[in-house]
Design a protein around this ligand. Structure first.
Ligand code: UDX
Length: 478
């Protein structure tokens, strides 16, 4: 099939190479000519595993690039809208790019097209796309609109596209829904999964992927409600973590106990400094606005966001409690991206924490495996912030080590080597990457989220222990 994908952001570019993997011809459309040229040359606008490899594999053959939307729309059978939907003033999604694209398509098409809405959009957007196209002269019989939301996570987006938990296709025209289903046939029947040159599955995959067909409004709601629900799980466990700290319990035990209930599930129950990124904060606000517009006051979402907003402050209190005053303290900071596996620092909870520490007079030496360039731009005006070439380099001569992002490499540090360089022999971990016993066995104190603080028995801080467990001292984290 011939597809045009409009927008070369995370969703558009990943979907484009994903469609090529499934055997389709794709033209990527974007009005940013220099950006297209870079992608064509194999330089990706963001870091994403497998993306560059697949762009290189298909560019010039199955994958082409164009800044001419009308002709791309005329030539394709399916036009996928994957443009940005930034937050408007009151949190609602700004749909002006979606509308502009619809208008342009309306004026261009001369044969039947299916318009697939993939951007994260509020309920009824497909209805508005349809209306806008009609208003702009597209004959009613010449197109249908289908909602086909993406559930891609940054860092694993390509794998998520090719091995999704489910594919949601919502539309009010059977013909259009069936056509979009057929694009995913190789995922539905599982044949892609045995493709020798295919991307390796993230887990044991058996059989094909389930396709869920819904109304257009249903599909639009599934996207927003999924993200809101996941954000709610994170805020829930972060709230539980606060109680754990107050009563001396260990949140990892509690999360594992809750998560083993198959009705709840174990994922997205990792406590930490809060969720960030380009989706959860924005989508939660947009969903709140959708609910308001529909006459429902979804206060639960406010609470989810406010618990998340408080996490940074809670973490800073931990740092102060561990180090007392912060002026002129030297801290090694590991991670500024909003999560491991990406260079994206948008809405990263690490960023305001770094700023607050710098404001309080700390000298920070930051290391992130992918986000250094963005970090340098973000903190350009901060003279007490420097950047290091590795986690060990950043820990050199620091008082303590602070972990802000859950990069895999931060979970497997040589702790004994780290201990040698830290003055206060202390790790303050905002992502709970370690088993406290392992850290303490290396001679380091360990402050984490929703768990008591742990110190080796001979650590200076461990002088008034509340309890002793397995040769280490647990200090209640209140
Ligand atoms: C999310 C959704 O998962 C995805 O389906 C949607 O399409 C886009 O938004 P993404 O923003 O890439 O994806 O990241 P995700 O892995 O979901 O993590 C979001 C944030 O939550 C990160 O800051 C992460 O560190 C945090 N998080 C996640 C936790 O704090 N605890 C958890 O248990 C899980």
């Amino acid at each position: 099939m011939k597809l045009a994908v409009v927008g070369t952001g995370y969703v558009g570019l990943v979907a484009a190479v994903g469609f090529c993997e499934l055997g389709h011809e794709v033209v990527c459309v974007d009005n940013d000519g220099p950006k297209l040229q870079k992608i064509r040359d194999g330089v990706m606008p963001f870091y994403e595993e497998h993306l560059q490899q697949l762009v290189r594999r298909y560019a010039g053959s199955m994958l082409t690039f164009s800044n001419d939307l009308p002709s791309a729309a005329r030539e394709a059978g399916v036009i996928v809208i994957a443009v940005g939907t930034p937050a408007g003033e009151n949190g609602e999604a700004d749909l002006s790019y979606v509308e502009a694209v619809s208008r342009e398509i309306a004026g261009a098409i001369t044969s039947y097209k299916v318009i697939v809405e993939k951007s994260t959009v509020p309920v009824y957007t497909s209805h508005w796309i349809r209306r806008s196209m009609l208003l702009n002269g597209a004959p009613a019989g010449l197109f249908d609109v289908v909602s086909n939301p993406e559930f891609l996570r940054e860092g694993t987006a390509v794998v998520d596209f090719l091995y999704p938990d489910r594919i949601v296709i919502g539309g009010d025209s059977q013909r259009a829904v069936d056509l979009v289903c057929s694009i995913y046939r190789r995922l539905e029947d599982g044949s892609y999964h045995s493709e020798p040159t295919g991307i390796t599955p993230p887990r044991q995959v058996q059989g094909g992927t389930r396709i869920i067909k819904t109304s257009a409004a249903g599909a639009e709601l599934i996207k927003h409600a999924s993200n809101a629900f996941l954000a709610m799980k994170i805020s829930f466990i972060n709230a539980v973590a606060s109680i754990c700290e107050a009563v001396g319990a260990d949140v990892s035990e509690v999360a594992s106990g809750i998560g083993s209930d198959s009705r709840i599930g174990s994922q997205f129950l990792r406590p930490g400094i809060g969720y960030g990124g380009s989706c959860f904060p924005k989508d939660l606000k947009a969903f709140r606005a959708v609910a308001r517009e529909a006459g429902y006051d979804f206060r639960l979402l406010d609470e989810v966001a406010s618990i998340n907003d408080e996490q940074g402050g809670r973490f800073l209190r931990k740092v102060r409690r561990a180090l007392w005053t912060l002026k002129d303290k030297k801290l090694a900071v590991l991670g500024i991206s909003f999560k491991g596996g990406t260079d994206d620092i948008r809405e990263s909870p690490a960023v305001p924490i770094v700023r607050a520490l710098a404001r309080e007079g700390c000298h920070l030496s930051i290391y992130d495996p992918a986000a250094m360039e963005r970090g340098r731009e973000e903190f350009a005006e901060c003279h007490t912030i420097s950047f290091s070439s590795s986690a060990y380099d950043s820990a050199k001569n620091a008082d303590a080590l602070v972990i802000l992002t859950d990069w895999d490499e931060f979970a497997t540090l040589d702790l004994k080597a780290i201990r040698e360089t830290l003055k206060y022999h202390l790790i303050i971990d905002g992502r709970n990457l370690y088993d406290p016993a392992e850290v303490v066995a290396s001679g380091l104190g360990y402050v984490s989220m929703g768990r008591p603080d742990f110190f080796p028995e001979n650590h200076p801080v461990a002088q008034s222990p509340e309890s002793k467990r397995n040769g280490m001292v647990a200090v209640r984290a209140v």
